[in-house]
Ligand binder design. Structure first.
Ligand code: GYE
Length: 308
């Protein structure tokens, strides 16, 4: 009897799992939704979260990871701002015996054993979906050319590289569709607006389509387009990615044509993964998120159902 009483008491006092989480920053609506998902899921799961915001700088993330290693956390999770340059710090984590989970964005490393698993969206597929929507849209167009300007995400980041790749792969099948300008807006509204302004100032070619790697840059660009006296969503067709609330509002107002969903609510799955990883249970190396595509005509109906 004494033993059976002692057992639950012991487990109740077991130290909670400690996770060090290095976030990219707070650059977009997507990111803030992702952060609150991670924080609330940690609480719910009884995981102690050490949260660090890198303000979109890799050097800050490296510092955060090193401090998690020094603090001997049970598990490290992080969303790498860019793909390359992680080998050294990941080796340090491995040498310290701390498992690493990648969330949202991928890394480029030669040794895949430097992380346990990667949970996140398929960004190439998102780019393909964006381009497929455009192909359908212009299928019957008699225009001699369809000029696209592209607002890329953060230079060197997995979503910027992959969303460009997937989009280009699909538009190849229609020679009329050309990307006439492409520049990074760093995934922010302010930069999206600024870069769109400079696109609009170059008058050599008419802009038919804007492809923005995220909604925030599209929303910034919408402002620039309006300030230039044009109608966003009408004079310029606008395609973006994420599916945040702001995008649904812009679609409802007829200013954005389509958004490809990218789900930021990874927290609950991440916490479960962390528990499994620490318990040394086998996990998949790559866990993908299932996502849809939403057009302007669906916006009003879908808006109340959106969770981010
Ligand atoms: O699309 C963008 C954010 O990595 C998927 O980062 C994420 C991207 C997201 O800043 O809005």
């Amino acid at each position: 009897l004494a033993l059976s009483l002692a057992l639950p008491a012991l487990s109740a006092f077991a130290a909670p799992l400690v996770m060090g989480f290095s976030q990219v920053g707070a650059e977009s609506e997507w990111r803030t939704a992702n952060t609150s998902s991670v924080k609330s899921a940690a609480k719910e799961a009884g995981i102690t979260l050490k949260f660090a915001d890198a303000q979109q700088k890799q050097e800050n993330q490296v510092k955060a990871l090193r401090s998690f290693i020094a603090q001997k956390v049970d598990v490290i999770a992080f969303s790498p701002v860019v793909e390359s340059g992680w080998e050294t710090v990941l080796k340090e984590a491995k040498a310290a015996g701390i498992p690493v989970i990648l969330t949202d964005r991928a890394v480029k490393v030669t040794d895949e054993s430097l992380y346990v698993t990667f949970i996140g969206s398929d960004f190439v597929e998102e780019g393909r979906k964006a381009a497929k929507w455009l192909l359908d849209r212009v299928a019957k167009s008699t225009a001699p050319a369809i000029n696209v300007v592209e607002l890329q995400g953060t230079v060197g980041s997995a979503p910027a590289i992959d969303r460009k790749k997937g989009f280009e792969e699909i538009i190849k099948s229609n020679a009329k569709i050309q990307i006439i300008r492409s520049q990074s807006g760093d995934f922010t509204r302010a930069k999206g607006k600024e870069v769109m302004e400079s696109f609009l100032k170059q008058k050599d070619k008419k802009i038919d389509v804007l492809y923005a790697h995220n909604d925030d840059m599209a929303i910034g660009a919408i402002q620039a387009i309006e300030e230039a006296g044009l109608k966003p969503g009408v004079d310029i067709t606008i395609i973006s990615i994420d599916g945040v609330r702001g995008a649904f509002e812009a679609m409802k107002a007829g200013k954005l044509n389509v958004t490809v969903e990218c789900n930021p609510l990874l927290g609950p799955q991440l916490m479960q993964l962390a528990k499994d990883v620490v318990a040394k249970k086998p996990v998949e190396k790559r866990i993908k998120v299932i996502e849809g595509v939403y057009t302007a005509d669906q916006a009003a109906k879908e808006l109340p159902n959106r969770k981010y």
